[in-house]
Every structure is written in C-alpha cells, then in structure tokens.
Design a protein around this ligand. Structure first.
Ligand code: FE
Length: 205
C-alpha cells in the first residue's frame, strides 16, 4: 500500500466543488465576474440548450426532404435556421445513418461536442475508455450501449475537433409514417445523435 491519502471519487468531487466555489468567490470579490452571469450560463446549458434541440433538427430532417438536403449540404446554416447557434456549434456537419453505414462520433483528444444541439456531453463521452475504444473497436463499444448492427453495416467513426462538430441523423424508425415533427422528435434520443444509440420505436414512445 502506498502512503497517499485515500482519494475516492466523492472526495475528488468535493475537492473540485470547493476549488470552484473558492475561485468564484475570489473572482466575484475582485469584481471580475458577475455571479448572475455565471448562473445564467449554467442555466443555459443545463436547461435551455440540450438534446431536445438536436431532436427537433433530426425530426425536421425526417419529415422534410428539402430540409434534410440542406442539412446534408450546410448543417451549420440549416441548424441556425431553427435558432440553434452558439459556441461549439460554429461548424456543424450532419452525418446520416443508412442501412449500409452507421456513424459514431467521438473526440479522441478531449470532449469536443456540439453544444447548441446536444447540450453538455455525458460523462461517458469524456471518459478515456470511450475515446480510445470508439476508434479501435467501435462495434464492441456499440454492443456495450446495446446496439447490435448487422455485420454488413459499415461503422464510420468521426473524430470531433475544435473546428468541426458532428450530429448523427439516425434512420427514421419504421412505423412512423404520418407522425408530425413533435411526435418524431420524441423518438430521438441523445445517444442516437452521437451514434451510440438508436431512436426509440414508435410503440415505445
Ligand atoms: Fe475535444
């Protein structure tokens, strides 16, 4: 046994929280940050920006072939037309799943993620395990998410960068003919827009 103090995850989290609080207090006292502005930014990414935005984009692409075509050609503009713009979404690329090809998104370097359409990344997206294995053994990673694709479906892995952020447009589920955009959007999960999941079946919604 080494002599370091016991460092479990809860302690690390508490330590991190304490450091953030201390920094915020100092910055506020020096007049460098406005606590209301910090609260507004956190509220934006916790409540207002999130995967429901991306789900609305996917649902529109499913319902409107002209929009899907625009999304394929210029995702940044098509997504901005729905009001979803901002940091980490300046250069968007939409990749469309087909029976022949499934798209999976990762950031092997860190955790680049399309904030305006998906909000903040889930913990697993930032984990070293996912970042390493998504590229090396994507089929096994997908199986870990409960996604088993036919052997004939090629898996294409997209590595996000500081420049380009990807949105996966999953295949429209069968049995959704005649559903409107709101009903379709309810089938689109966050993980399906990363490629780590599939949309819900209409009977499960
Ligand atoms: Fe990154």
């Amino acid at each position: 046994m080494h002599d370091h103090h016991d460092h479990d995850h809860d302690n690390e989290l508490d330590d991190m929280t304490a450091r953030v609080r201390a920094l915020e207090t100092v910055l506020t006292e020096k007049g460098l940050v406005d606590p209301a502005a910090v609260d507004a930014i956190i509220d934006t990414y916790e409540h207002r920006v999130g995967p429901r935005n991306g789900a609305a984009v996917v649902a529109r692409a499913w319902a409107d072939p002209a929009f899907a075509d625009w999304l394929r050609r210029d995702a940044t503009a098509a997504i901005a037309s729905m009001g979803f713009t901002g940091r980490q979404g300046e250069h968007m690329v939409a990749v469309f799943n087909t029976p022949e090809e499934h798209n999976l998104v990762v950031c092997t370097l860190c955790s680049c993620y399309p904030w305006p359409v998906l909000g903040l990344p889930p913990a697993w997206y930032k984990a070293p395990d996912y970042r390493a294995r998504a590229v090396r053994e994507p089929r096994a990673v997908l199986a870990g998410f409960g996604v088993t694709l036919p052997e004939t479906t090629r898996i294409r892995v997209w590595d996000s960068t500081a420049e380009i952020r990807y949105l996966v447009v999953p295949e429209r589920p069968a049995g959704t003919e005649g559903m409107d955009e709101a009903a379709l959007a309810a089938l689109v999960t966050r993980d399906s827009m990363i490629g780590a999941g599939l949309p819900r079946a209409p009977e499960a919604a």
